[in-house]
Design a protein around this ligand. Structure first.
Ligand code: ADP
Ligand code: MG
Length: 208
C-alpha cells in the first residue's frame, strides 16, 4: 500500500508540493485509491479539491464514483487550465480520469506542485489497444510518486493490466463499464486481440 509522504503540517514549515500518479487498467482500483488518499487528507483538515473531466458522466455528472460505489464530490472541468483557477489555495488537488485531458494537464500539475500543492492524478496508463494514453506517460515521468494498481483478469484470474474492449467501437475514448470492457492479463489480452483480427468466418470457426 502507498504510504503518504509527510504533509508538512508543522508550524511555519514551507508548503511542499509534489505529484502522485495512480495508474492501471480499468477496474484496477484507481478511483478507490484516489478517494482513500483524499479522504485521509480531509481527516488531516487539509483543503482538498477534486476534479474530473466534464465528459466523464458514467455514474454521476459531479461526483467521482468508483466501480465499487465509493464516491466523493468533485468539480467537472472541460480543460485543465480551469483547475488552476478553481484550486487556488488548496493543500491537495485530486484529479480522476487524467487520460481524458489534453497534454496541458502536465503543465497544470507542475504549476500546482511548484506552488506547494500536493497533486494526485488517477488515470488509465494504456488505452484499449495497449497504447500509452493521453497525458499519462508524461505525468508518470514527471511525478515524484507513481503507483500502478492491478485488476483481476476476468478470463484466468491472474493480475490484469490491460483494458480489453468488448464493444465494437474503434474510438480511443469510449465511456463504458463491464458491458464494454474487461480487465485482462497480457496473454488473455493478446489472445482477444488476435481473435478480433481474424476474418469473421474464421472467428466463428474458432469460437464454436
Ligand atoms: P478504476 O478506477 O481503476 O476503474 P475503481 O476504483 O472504480 O477502479 O473500482 C475498483 C473496484 O472494481 C474493485 O474494488 C472491485 O469491486 C471492482 N471490480 C470489478 N471488476 C473487477 C476486476 N476484474 N478486477 C478487480 N476489481 C474489479
Ligand atoms: Mg476510475
Amino acid at each position: 500500500m502507498f504510504i503518504e509522504p509527510r504533509v508538512g503540517n508543522r508550524h511555519n514549515a514551507p508548503r511542499r508540493g509534489w505529484i502522485e500518479v495512480v495508474c492501471g487498467s480499468m477496474f484496477s482500483g484507481k478511483t478507490e485509491e484516489l478517494i482513500r488518499r483524499l479522504t485521509r487528507a480531509r481527516i488531516a483538515r487539509q483543503q482538498v479539491e477534486i476534479f474530473k473531466p466534464a465528459l466523464d458522466t458514467r455514474y454521476d455528472t459531479e461526483d467521482v464514483v468508483s466501480h465499487n460505489a465509493a464516491r466523493i464530490r468533485s468539480t467537472p472541468v472541460a480543460i485543465p487550465s480551469e483547475i488552476l483557477l478553481l484550486a487556488a489555495g488548496s493543500d491537495v488537488v485530486g484529479i480522476d480520469e487524467g487520460q481524458f485531458f489534453d497534454n496541458s494537464l502536465v503543465e497544470v500539475c507542475q504549476q500546482l506542485a511548484d506552488n506547494g500543492t500536493r497533486v494526485i492524478v488517477a488515470g488509465l496508463d494504456m488505452d484499449y489497444l495497449g497504447r500509452p494514453f493521453g497525458p499519462m506517460p508524461a505525468l508518470l515521468a514527471t511525478a515524484e510518486f507513481v503507483t500502478k494498481v492491478h485488476a483481476v483478469c476476468v478470463c484466468c484470474g491472474e493480475i490484469a493490466s490491460y483494458s480489453y474492449r468488448i464493444a465494437a467501437s474503434e474510438s480511443q475514448v469510449l465511456l463504458g463499464e463491464t458491458d464494454s470492457y474487461e480487465a485482462r492479463c497480457r496473454p488473455c489480452f493478446l489472445e482477444g486481440m488476435q481473435t478480433k483480427a481474424l476474418p469473421s468466418a474464421t472467428q466463428s470457426a474458432v469460437t464454436h
